[in-house]
Design a protein. Sequence first.
Length: 384
Amino acid sequence: MATAAVAGTGFIGPVHVEALRRAGVSVRGILGASPEESRRAADALGLAIAYGSYEDVLRDTAVDSVHLATPNKLHLSMATAALEAGKHVVCEKPLAMTSAETAQLVTLAQRHPQQAAAVNYNIRFYPLIHHARDLVQSGEIGQVYSVRGGYIQDWLLYDTDWNWRLLPEEGGDLRAIGDIGTHWMDLIHFITGLRAEQLVADLGILIPIRKMPRKAVATFKGKEQHAEPVEYDPVKIRTEDWGSVLFRYASGARGAMSVSQATAGRKNRLDFEIAGSKSTLAWNSERPNELWVGHRDRPNEIVMKDPSLMSEGGRAIAGQPGGHAEGFSDTFKQLFRTFYDYIAAGNFNAPRPYPTFEDGHQEAVLCERILASQREGRWVEVQS
Ligand code: SOE
C-alpha cells in the first residue's frame, strides 16, 4: 500500500490523516503553515514527521502521494509541483481558483498517466449515493425529469463569523456556490450523468459588512468562540452568502439548486430530490443512511443503508452492516480506499473510479458561468 503525506492542518487536514489510516494507508507526516504548526499537528496526530516545507514533502522518496488540504489559492502550485515530482495527488475542492487554472491541471494530469489525481468530492462516497446512482443508471426511476435541492449551513450566520473563504483572494470569487454548491452539482452529475447546457443565477450577500477577528479562526470554529472577547476590524464582503441557480440540462431535464451559509439550524445539509418518469429519489446528508424512494401508485419507501439491501456499487463502499450508521469521515475513508486500490491495481488505463481533475475543472467552469449569469442578469450557456 502507498504511503501518503498531508499538507494542511486546519479543519480538513486531520480528517484526511484519520481516514487514510482507517483505509490502511500509512501517513508519514504533515505540513502546516509554519514549522511550529507542522510540529503541533504531527504531535497531536501521532505522526512521525513534521515537515519544514513543501519542498521537503516532495523530496521525501518514501512518500508516494500528497493530500492537499490547504487554502484554495495554493492548490494550483502545490498540485502542479506534486505531479511534477512524481507523486499521486488528492486535492481538496475546489481544484483551483479559475477554470484556466483547472484546465492547466487537467492537461498536466494527462501528461502523467501513471499517476492518480483526484479531487475530494467526498459526498459521492456515502453508500446510498452509489446505490442511488445505480438505481438511476439502471433505469429504475425512469427518465430523469427534474432535480432540485441544495446545500445549506449556518456557520457564517453572524457578522462576527469569520473564515478565509470570505475573501475572494483566498477562496475564489464565489463562496457559497464554490464551497458547497459545487458538491451538489458534482453529486447530481455523478448520480444522473446530467450536464447543464444553460443556467441562470441569483446570488446574494446577506451580511454586507463582517467583523474580522484580529486572530485567525479555523473553519467552523467561530461558532464555538462567541463567548470569548475578541477584537475585530470591519470588512466589506464581496462573496455571496446565498445563491439560487436554475439549470437546463441537455436531455431537457430541469434543475434548481439553492445554497446558503447563513440559515440558522441547518448545520451542514446537502439535499436532493431526483424526479424520474417512474419514481423519485430523495436524500439529505444529515440523515445519510436513509434514501427515500417516492412512487405514485404504491406506498413510498425508505431504503436503509444496509449492504444486503443495496446495489453492488453501494455494497462495495459500505463499511458496516445495516443499522450501524456511517457518516462524513467514512466517505473520506471510502474515497481514499477506492483511490489507493486503483493505484495498487497498477492499470492506469482502467476508468478512474474517483472524482478526477476533469470533474474539478467541470465545477470551475460551472462556477464561472454562474458568476457571469449573476453579473449579466441573464441565462448563459455552459461549455466545458
Ligand atoms: C465549509 O463550508 C466546508 O468545510 C466545506 O468546505 C466542505 O466541502 C463541506 O464538506 C463542509 O463545509
